[in-house]
Design a protein around this ligand. Structure first.
Ligand code: PEP
Ligand code: MN
Length: 346
């Protein structure tokens, strides 16, 4: 893999440091194979050291005469880092591509409620040209008194929908005890926002052979999201899709605040594909299309949206689900922006 070089260490020499002391530091760096650039300012001399991260981190430069401060510019994430891959990652899910110029259009019900509801939705989204079907069999609910999902029976319904439509399935893994069942059925394992830092679950998903769709926690920083992805990749699973789905702010008009800036920032920091979930961010269907369009324009590699044949009867997230009979038009609108961005669906 090509490694891009960038200054990793800044060594600030004290005001009274002599040129010889600076040269001594530079010479020591050269001895261990680290190249350095000296910048002599009016106030201070700063040495930028470029080299292998672990080696830089291990040098006791603070102890050198004349050195005032050593700033390590090392990002805590490694495998997800853009510097570690020459090209953006493209994920192939049963022949549907996601990443770089390939846009992923993922849609389906919030929750598998019953067979006909899921099959009906699957047919509609398939006919509208989506690349994957979403649907939760195991649901993370805020209230323990609401519908918790059909579990294994829901996975069977999803498998039937895949058999009929040919669409790969994205479904959530909520509990390490369900790994086998979910990994067997899913084509993409979703790790939900609430579990973004469930490190045991992340490692389990990392040991599976299925791609992982990792949703950002509502109160998680982008660095925390990237570190969560690092957990998956560390186990050997290189197929991780990051998903921005809204964060908690003081704003109350929407369910969450969609952090659109996360899209270009993540794409600068990582080679992994970045998608957006406008449904959970908005919490209301009138905002799903404008947020979806904005996400595509911000450079997202895909979107994941909720669709229901009769949202007013939905057992979960009714207000944000797009009525199935409006989905074809929704998809057309989104695809027109995808085309503008020079990408193709799938
Ligand atoms: C979901 O996609 O079904 C879901 C529960 O989303 P999130 O984890 O982002 O809340
Ligand atoms: Mn939902």
């Amino acid at each position: 893999m090509a490694t891009q070089v960038a200054p990793e260490l800044l060594i600030v020499m004290g005001a009274g440091a002599t040129p010889a002391q600076t040269e001594h530091v530079v010479a020591r760096l050269a001895e261990v194979g680290v190249s350095a650039r000296v910048s002599r300012g009016r106030e201070a001399t700063v040495i930028g050291a470029i080299g292998e991260r672990d080696l830089l981190a291990s040098l006791p430069l603070e102890a050198y005469p004349g050195v005032e401060q050593v700033l390590l510019i090392v990002k805590p994430y490694k495998l997800v880092s853009r510097e570690l891959a020459a090209d953006p990652t493209v994920i192939d899910v049963n022949g549907r591509l996601l990443g770089d110029s390939h846009f992923g259009l993922i849609a389906g019900p919030c929750t598998v409620e019953y067979r006909e509801q899921t099959l009906e939705t699957a047919r509609v989204v398939a006919a509208a040209g989506v690349t994957m079907l979403r649907g939760g069999a195991y649901k993370p609910r805020t209230s323990p008194y609401t519908f918790q999902g059909l579990g294994a029976a829901g996975l069977e319904i999803l498998a039937e929908a895949r058999a009929e439509t040919g669409l790969p399935l994205v479904t959530e893994l909520l509990d390490p005890r369900d790994v086998e069942a979910v990994v067997d059925t899913a084509d993409v394992i979703q790790i939900g926002a609430r579990n973004m830092q469930n490190f045991i679950l992340l490692s389990e998903a990392g040991r599976s052979a299925k791609p992982v769709l990792l949703k950002r926690g509502p109160s998680a920083s982008l660095e925390e999201l990237l570190m969560a992805a690092e957990y998956v990749m560390k186990e050997g699973n290189e197929r991780v899709i990051l998903c921005e789905r809204g964060i908690k702010t003081f704003e109350t008009t929407m369910r969450y605040t969609l952090d659109l800036g996360a899209v270009p920032v993540l794409k600068q920091e990582t080679h992994l594909p970045v998608i957006v979930d406008p449904s959970h961010a908005a919490g209301r269907r009138d905002l799903v299309l404008p947020l979806a369009r904005a996400a595509v324009a911000a450079g997202a590699d895909g979107i994941i949206v909720e669709v229901h044949p009769r949202p007013e009867e939905a057992l979960c997230d009714g207000p944000q689900q797009i009525p199935a009979d409006e989905f074809a038009e929704f998809a057309r609108e989104v695809v027109s922006v995808v085309t503008l961005m020079g990408k193709t669906v799938g």
